[in-house]
Ligand binder design. Structure first.
Ligand code: UD1
Ligand code: CA
Length: 474
């Protein structure tokens, strides 16, 4: 059981509930709405990340239902609690099922699992405003140029902070549809009052659901205070009910990420063309050229240059690294001042040493390339451990797979592998050894040896002329 929160004289015991049980019918998808990805991770993961900036994970309750197991698995690592809403009968019903979980709190902030741009600052403002107003329900609102689809906020009077009701799009009169102030779907509630009155909700509406929004009218009937606080940044409250809305949010998130990086000292040319996930970290004076994708947990140091058309995922790149155009790098580590590309493919488990070079059309997998080593052209290095100062000639192939098992190639410091060599693993090339070009190496090579594994050349002098003579005699 999570430890129960302690009340203090001034601070309410605060919980955050995130509604994430809905199916997302409007997406026409077999995946639950909150698991669709924007900014490189599930929409719900963004909401949880923001919520954990306001309260610890133990005070966050995610209400799940549709595909609950998948949702739990996708975001469980955050350490939040889950509440199961087995049947999804509306946003009001979502809070009904959370009654027990929230019983030991004074105040609950309700967030929508499909609205990921909300900031911790706005959530805190909502909570503080609710406390200061001694309200029973506080809604976060925004003025939208196009309020279509959202619940409209009916205030007691134009200037009043107090709210009479929230009217959903489908139930709104033509006059109410003209209201541009929308309900964001984010609220603060006093927990005791919410559960004292939540039983008054009905399903008397076009969807036959329990609407949480109807609590505004319920509280008004019982003379409880309902107020609204408007955000200045309407972008923060946007939801993602359709794929088009989702892509708008994705674009907003990515641009915000680029702006953050620019302000932190990273140059990004033509940022509209770059796809940089939320969790990516980049050091100062690194330059990102147009059409670069930086995905997942990629970390890039200072003074690097990532050139166009490279797709880099979950990679760790140290300072002063150059990634030439067109590289695909996945789960690899690249040390200081290394140069990769153009057109290199570094697959998982690749480690490129300090100042090492991996060049065009080189593929690596679980390959470690020591300091200053070079594999510049047309090479496959798989399950290979390569020391320092090694030269891997063009067209070298480590034959790591015998059809059943993978085997290792070890190349020690200072080895020179001539072009077009095939190294049949398991194999070890000792320190300082030479491999003659076009060799097929099947046996270990001791240190400082020259190994040649190819047929001796035969040259037949005058052969062409003889052949031509034979043909003309026919
Ligand atoms: C809701 C509000 C609307 C507001 C809008 C803001 C209601 C009735 N309307 O509408 O006033 O302008 O958000 O984005 O609340 N969910 C559950 N269980 C359910 C139903 C929904 O957990 O039984 C979750 C959904 O997964 C979603 C969130 O609640 O994350 C909001 O539900 P959604 O159906 O998207 O509500 P809207 O129609 O957007
Ligand atoms: Ca919504």
């Amino acid at each position: 059981m999570p430890k129960k929160p302690q009340a203090t004289a001034s601070l309410p015991r605060l919980a955050i509930a995130i509604m994430a049980a809905g199916k997302g019918t409007r997406l026409k998808s077999k995946h639950p709405k909150v698991l669709h990805e924007i900014g490189g991770k599930p929409i719900l993961a963004h909401v949880i990340a923001t919520a954990t900036k306001v309260v610890p994970a133990k005070d966050i309750f995610v209400i799940i239902g549709h595909e609950a197991d998948r949702v739990r698995e996708a975001v469980g690592i955050s350490g939040v609690n889950f509440v199961l809403q087995a049947e999804q009968r509306g946003t009001g019903h979502a809070l009904m099922v959370a009654r027990e979980a929230l019983s030991s709190y004074d105040q609950v902030i309700v967030l929508s699992g499909d609205a990921p741009l909300i900031t911790a600052e706005t959530i805190q403002n909502l909570s503080d405003f609710h406390s200061a107003q001694k309200a029973t329900m506080t809604l976060l609102t925004a003025d939208l140029a196009n309020p279509f689809g959202y619940g409209r906020v009916v205030r007691k009077s134009a200037k009043s902070a107090e709210v009479k009701s929230i009217v959903e799009e489908k139930a709104a009169s033509p006059l109410q549809k003209k209201i541009r102030e929308i309900n964001s779907g984010f609220y603060a509630f006093s927990v005791a009052a919410l559960y004292q009155h939540i039983g008054s909700l009905s399903t008397d509406n076009p969807h036959q659901e329990y609407y949480l929004t109807d609590m505004a009218a319920v509280f008004n009937r019982t003379k409880k205070k309902v107020v609204a606080i408007k955000t200045s940044d309407a972008g923060e409250v946007l939801g993602s009910n359709t794929r088009a809305e989702m892509m708008e949010l994705d674009a907003l998130l990515r641009l915000a990420k680029c702006r953050q990086l620019l302000s932190e000292g990273v140059t990004i040319y033509y940022p509209q063309t770059c796809v940089i996930d939320s969790d990516v970290e980049i050091g100062t004076d690194t330059v990102i050229e147009p059409f670069v994708q930086l995905r997942g947990k990629t970390r890039i140091g200072s003074d690097c240059r990532i050139r166009s058309y490279s797709v880099i995922k979950d990679a760790e790149i140290a300072d002063g690294v150059t990634v030439q155009p067109g590289c695909i790098i996945d789960d690899a580590r690249i040390a200081t001042a290394a140069i990769v590309g153009p057109y290199s493919r570094l697959r998982p488990g690749t480690e490129v040493g300090e100042g090492a070079h991996v060049g065009n059309f080189v593929e690596t997998k679980k390959a470690k390339l020591g300091r200053g080593s070079k594999a510049n052209h047309l090479t496959y290095l798989g399950d290979a451990e390569i020391g320092e100062g090694v030269n891997v000639g063009a067209g070298t192939i480590t034959c790591n797979y015998d059809g059943v098992k993978k085997h290792k190639t070890i190349i020690e410091d200072g080895v020179f592998v001539g072009s077009d060599s095939t190294l049949i693993a398991p194999i070890k090339i000792g320190k300082g050894a030479y491999i003659g070009a076009a060799s097929c190496i099947t046996e270990d090579v001791p240190a400082d040896a020259l190994a040649l594994g190819r047929a001796r050349q035969t040259t037949k002098e005058g052969w062409v002329k003889e052949k031509q003579g034979a043909q003309s005699r026919k």
